[in-house]
Design a protein around this ligand. Structure first.
Ligand SMILES: *Cc1c(COP(=O)(O)O)cnc(C)c1O
Length: 384
């Protein structure tokens, strides 16, 4: 039998131990941890919607109308009018014929990939893809091949080398730990010429990219035929919980028939669907949130680069500072905590060995003064 205690101790001494920090005050940028007020610079609430009064009210009214639990899976009796309307609104917003809700993004990726491919098929994934895309390929029993980050040459080469019945290329839209964008036009070219499915996980682009927040497809001006499988989550910029996949009528019907993580699980609480509908309205109408976020991104990059520190080539709200060792990342993260700033250390295996980082994320809810405070604190702790 495994010696769990010894394994846990080894993880601790390698600075790789993970544990939860208990936040007493909700998900906004001002948080309370162990009696200390902290400015949160590591949440994915990019537009500052998770605490918005319209969302809170929609959730409350949704609970009044539908109760709390959905009571069953969608295909049994758990699919409410709230879910149905949200799916229709998501389809319209993203420009696809249909959209389908999942309880989480993790489950959406497992379900979509395993509904589309199986034994004898091939899944090609960017090396830096989110774990849920990798796990989706693993449970599908298709062969999984990972290409060099954003390298269309490596992707094309692997497609040439391996034969398969069906081919699916899957990529993060915005890479979750690096903040850079997938080369979507390049992926479309390769997918089209190789007759492969193309799937983008837009967890960090939905709500943020595109003129009205419609996501990465609009950002690059790619058509729905060129990007047949669009997936995004609702717990990040949308500020709620859950996920969806958008595509053609036939794609969505296929997922409903075959995605086990859709079929065999309880539907989201309908009140959450109501809160998401309220969120969608704000995402569409309040472009100032995206503008504010862009200003913070520019301010942060300019300020940090001026101090001589290196940033990754990211134009998004995800602005990681790679420090190398896990030990140093943890040390810097706690030094920031002492200065009232919360930035979590991201370590292997979430990121490759030797690239532990502080994953700074910015939100429209931050103020210019708060971003300045962050820059000053990072400058101070960088020399520790
Ligand atoms: C967060 C995330 C997911 C998982 O979504 P959840 O709704 O949190 O399960 C999937 N893919 C990417 C790229 C993510 O960042």
């Amino acid at each position: 039998m495994r010696d769990l205690k010894a394994e846990l101790e080894a993880r601790k001494s390698a600075s790789l131990y993970r544990s939860c920090v208990t936040n007493e005050q909700g998900s906004g940028v001002h948080t309370l941890v162990d009696g200390q007020l902290l400015l949160n610079f590591c949440s994915n609430d990019y537009l500052g919607l998770s605490n918005h009064p319209d969302l809170v009210k929609a959730l409350q009214q949704g609970a009044d109308q539908y109760g709390v639990g959905s009571g069953a899976a969608h295909l049994v009796s758990g699919h409410s009018r709230a879910h149905q309307t949200l799916e229709e609104e998501l389809a319209e917003f993203t420009g696809y014929p249909r959209a389908l809700l999942f309880s989480t993004g993790y489950m959406a990726n497992l379900g979509v990939i395993s509904a589309l491919v199986g034994a004898g098929d091939l899944v090609l994934e960017d090396r830096l893809n989110h774990a849920s895309l990798l796990d989706g390929a693993l449970i599908s029993r298709a062969r999984l091949s990972r290409y060099q980050h954003n390298s269309m040459a490596d992707l094309a080469n692997q497609l040439d080398k391996r034969s398969a019945n069906q081919r699916l290329i899957a990529s993060d839209g915005v890479f979750s730990m690096d903040g850079d964008l997938a080369n979507l036009p390049g992926l479309v070219d390769v997918a089209t010429s190789s007759e492969s499915w193309l799937m983008i996980d837009d967890a960090h682009g939905f709500g943020v990219l595109g003129e009205h927040g419609q996501g990465i497809r609009h950002h690059f001006g790619v058509s729905t035929t060129e990007l047949p499988v669009y997936m995004a989550t609702l717990g990040k910029a949308a500020g709620v919980f859950g996920a969806f996949v958008a595509g053609s009528d036939d794609l969505i019907e296929t997922i409903i028939q075959f995605a086990r993580s859709y079929i065999y699980t309880t539907a989201l609480p309908p009140a959450l669907a109501e809160a998401t509908r309220a969120s969608l309205k704000i995402i569409q109408s309040e472009s100032w949130r995206r503008q504010q976020l862009q200003q913070h991104i520019q301010q942060f990059r300019k300020g940090v680069i001026a101090t001589g520190l290196k940033l990754m080539p990211s134009e998004t709200a995800i602005q990681p500072i790679v420090v190398g060792s896990a030990e140093k990342a943890v040390r810097m993260s706690s030094a920031l905590r002492q200065r009232g700033i919360w930035v979590s250390a991201i370590r292997p295996p979430t990121v490759p060995e030797g690239t532990a980082r502080l994953r700074v994320t910015l939100s429209a809810e931050h103020t210019e003064a708060e971003v300045s405070k962050l820059i000053d604190a990072i400058t101070e702790v960088a020399t520790l």
